[in-house]
Design a protein around this ligand. Structure first.
Ligand code: NAP
Length: 428
């Protein structure tokens, strides 16, 4: 079976290494002799690891995806526009495709799946969510008979690393970001990670597979970690919480109608005892809850060349076996997810407010909470010269009520700044 590899960066070069090291054992265990026919790159002069055969390198991607002797295309270039065109061309030329490109899938997953179905070939993407963790196939195959209620994950290693360092070493956000950059955990443009878009792309894919409904990137309510401050993390630590960026996909049962779904990415206060609280540094984990199966936890390396290449290899072998037996993955038509009105959802909230330290301030702040029917569970006052910070934990309240409360607080003369407000996740 001949493979055309698009991309020879972190993942592509690790994939070549796995293929060289494991070719014989793959042949013995799966009956597939996987041969690398060509490797597409942008720059032929760039230095490559010694195991990459220079004779296989080319910049002519189209001729690789159209080559009649190539059966399977592995796309690990990342560039969304180029990869979409190449994957479409490969499928139209009757080749199966394996990709790790979550940004592309978040935009074009359903379109590409439809095309794969039309041409009778596979498109697999295990590595696109949570890198080396075998999650997609578990949801798509092992758990397909399960009515899943919730999938909650830490699916972005960069932000988890930053939040872990803020929590464990008392670092500010910018110091933790700098450390992550020095260790090579941060992309040249860090916005997709820090603003939650990378996690949102993965949440859309996860929700679509977990619930068997079409969820698109624009359906995801997304908030990143750029506003999380040292004082928020310190408060969390003092009160038995950790701060984590969560991707949370939930089924909301609406009586006598089709279920609704909520798909959100947000930084949250999580009790130290929550299974996801122990997920440190660049690790990923996904907590799955189903009616029959109960609770499941998937944990491992969500990124890195070799772990990601391992997931790509699993897909390649699956696709190669399907090609050999003339079969494809079985697909069922899915309908659009009904996305909940997010303002109706309820959570407990953490709200931090900087106020002028003068008599009557607390009463006026508390009055705004009361006027919007937000009940306060606890309050802490921290004095700072002529200012004070008031930190509230609320009882469960709707997103709409908390938004109106923050709006009301913003209008108070005595409120200098509204800090970050975060959801407090207690279940799971
Ligand atoms: N790295 C991870 O841990 C990880 C984890 C999960 C998923 N992924 C996904 O895997 C994919 C690859 O990631 P990576 O970290 O391996 O990226 P990378 O290190 O930047 O490598 C990209 C490779 O693609 C080539 N390339 C880029 N644009 C191209 C184009 N238009 N035409 C031809 N070749 C092109 C580059 O060529 P040159 O070498 O000549 O520049 C390079 O070899 C991305 O979709 C990423 O989101 C990565």
């Amino acid at each position: 079976m001949k493979i055309g590899l698009l991309g020879c960066g972190n993942v592509g070069s690790a994939f070549i290494k796995l293929l060289i090291d494991n070719r014989e054992s793959i042949k013995e265990r799966c009956g597939e002799d996987l041969e690398l026919a060509a490797v597409v790159v942008r720059d032929l002069d760039r230095e490559r690891p010694e195991w990459v055969d220079p004779a296989l390198l080319t910049t002519d991607a189209r001729s690789v995806v159209l080559a009649p002797d190539i059966d399977l295309i592995v796309e690990v270039i990342g560039d969304v526009t180029a990869s979409k065109e190449l994957i479409e061309a490969a499928l139209q030329a009757s080749k199966s495709v394996v990709t790790a490109n979550k940004a592309l899938l978040a935009e074009s997953y359903f379109e590409l799946e439809d095309l794969a179905e039309t041409v009778g070939k596979d498109i697999f993407f295990e590595a696109a969510v949570a890198g080396g963790i075998p999650l997609i196939r578990s949801l798509r195959v092992s758990l397909v008979g399960e009515r899943l209620s919730r999938v909650t994950g830490i699916v972005n290693g960069t932000t988890n690393f930053i939040l872990t360092r803020m929590y464990e070493e008392n670092l500010s956000f910018s110091a933790a970001l700098k450390l992550a950059q020095e260790l090579g955990y941060v992309e040249a443009d860090p916005r997709a990670d820090l603003e939650g878009f990378d996690a949102a792309a993965k949440a859309a894919i996860l929700a679509s597979i977990a619930f068997g409904r079409k969820v698109r990137f624009n359906d995801v309510q997304c908030e990143g970690i750029v506003h999380v401050r040292e004082s928020d993390v310190n408060f969390a630590r003092r009160h038995g919480f950790v701060v984590k960026l969560l991707a949370q996909c939930e089924r909301i049962v609406v009586r006598s109608e089709d279920d609704e779904f909520s798909v959100r990415v947000f930084p949250a206060l999580l009790p130290e005892t929550h299974p996801l609280a122990a997920v440190r540094d660049a690790f990923n984990a996904v907590f799955v809850e189903g009616e029959a199966v109960g609770e499941l936890m998937f944990y491992g390396r969500g990124a890195g060349g070799l772990p990601t290449a391992s997931a790509v290899m699993g897909d390649v072998i699956d696709a190669a076996q399907n090609l050999r037996f003339g079969s494809t993955e079985r697909r069922t038509r899915t309908k659009d997810a009904r996305i909940v009105d997010y303002a109706r959802l309820t959570s407990q909230f953490y709200v931090s407010v900087e106020v002028v330290d003068e008599p009557g301030v607390l009463a006026s702040v508390a009055e705004i909470f009361g006027a919007n029917e937000v009940s306060i569970s606890s309050m802490e006052q921290i004095g700072l010269a002529d200012e004070a910070r008031l930190v509230f934990l609320t009882h469960p309240t709707t997103e709409g009520s908390i938004a109106r409360t923050l709006e009301g607080l913003r209008r108070l003369r005595t409120v200098k700044e509204i800090g970050h407000s975060m959801r407090v996740v207690t279940e799971g």
